[in-house]
Design a protein around this ligand. Sequence first.
Ligand SMILES: Nc1ncnc2c1ncn2[C@@H]1O[C@H](COP(=O)(O)OP(=O)(O)OP(=O)(O)O)[C@@H](O)[C@H]1O
Length: 531
Amino acid sequence: MNDPGRPPLDVPAGRLVAGTRITGLIGSGSWGSVYAAEELADGAPVAVKFLRPDQLTPGQRRTMAELVEREVRFSRQADHPGLVRTLRTATLDEPDDPPLDGAVVLVMERAERSLQDLLAATAPHTPVPEAERLLTEICAGLAHMHRHGWVHGDLKGANILLMPGGAARLADFGLTAELEGTHAYVPPLGSPDHVPPEWWSQRAGSRGVPLRPGADVWAFGVLAHQVLSGGLHPFPGATARARSLAAQSYARGASPLRLDQSVPERWRGLITACLAADPAERGRLDAAELLRRVSLTAGPEAGCEVRRRRPRRTVPLVAGALALALAAGAAALAGTLLPGGGESPPPPAATATSGGQGGQSGQSGQGGQSDQSGQTRPAGAIPEGSDVPVALREVITGTARRCPEPEVTPALLAAMLKAESGFDAAAARPQSDEYGIAMWTPAVFNAWAQDGDNDGDRDYMSAPDAIVSMGNYVCWLDQQFKHRGLSAGLPALVVAGYRTSDKTVADAGRVPDRVRPHVDQVMKYLAEYTG
Ligand SMILES: Nc1ncnc2c1ncn2[C@@H]1O[C@H](COP(=O)(O)OP(=O)(O)OP(=O)(O)O)[C@@H](O)[C@H]1O
């Protein structure tokens, strides 16, 4: 959106900024301008966002400094296919060019357009093209943020970018905040059409207004309604102010929720749940559960769309190509550089303590075992003479090493892969929507995906991508269970969690019966590998 009060920053085409050459203005928002540019190094298209401090009152400067800090901090950590990537950031030192001097720039991957543009181009009462796929991808990005303890805080069409291949990515992290317990705190800014009704009655303290994950869930409900009905807001009114008053009236119970009749029947319950008037009720719908329900509601068609962007490899990988991909994966694991130039952010796992409570395997990564040749190998390592394909061993081992939890060993990951697919990278079970060596369900994969072979995409049919992503998820499961106080038989619980969900296993406090045969199978393989 253009802010009529502040003229867009004028950066001429051809200007060199932060390793890019500016080619033209894309648009301006309340706090800055975004320009199209190309990388000086290789001509790759990028977008450069300028957040500038000029023309602001001291109070605005403070708010902006906070927004910039949030945007930079979160952008640097955003490493997920559902989030726009920031390649690097810089503060401009341009004393001869006052408007630019001191501006913070973010060099980002360039999108084709925003979801808002798509909504504006769609006729009312009709869904935008590929509506369900887009909603699934948006929700996967949101679930990833929530899983890491972040609330987006400004989810709306203008902040969802559509990439050249059509993928939807969340952007604009200026109001993103980290949860401290049940709340986060942000400056009292927000988009009237997407903030929940309780937002209007909250008092701003010295740290700003409290923000709960449920605010994102509400915004997702509004967005889902818009995407499925050609941009129509779920609450009536010609202006954002009128619509927000209608939402508050609904929240007080003074008027019913009336979704547009064009919203498909199967989505109505889910949107209604997202738009629960009671924040506590809405809060019970966490983003992981929301993603599960969105994936189910969107159905296989949306999953097919997701898959189509990453064509499946139907020809078995030749050994040489696989070795190359795996070598690249190993290199990536050895020291992936953050887009911002720093080190790779820790996987969710690395932020938690290693409880060291020991699972069934009781492996600590210390000590060792003897293999057939009588040599000592690290505990939990893949034995020399095992059936684990040699080409996979390095990536499996590297993946396990990235996880600080002692239960997550190469042998455990190998045993899981064997039980999931028999190490077959082309495996597919379409009836249950599971694919690849780690039998990922595409929508779930989207939430955990990592680029294991470092080829620039994340593909569950690529063995390194699937394995590294599995390790990331398995590590997180292990930590979740420890946080819930589960300590006995952690490897089995993790295997069960991978087959069902963290919630199912944590609630049961044990391996659920329906996955018991699978878990037993994995444990048998694990015992074989660990002797
Ligand atoms: N990485 C990107 N690639 C392509 N276009 C982008 C990118 N980031 C932002 N844009 C576009 O640039 C324009 C300005 O974005 P910006 O985030 O500054 O403001 P906004 O989101 O429109 O408004 P506000 O920040 O006031 O909510 C928008 O049209 C947005 O879609």
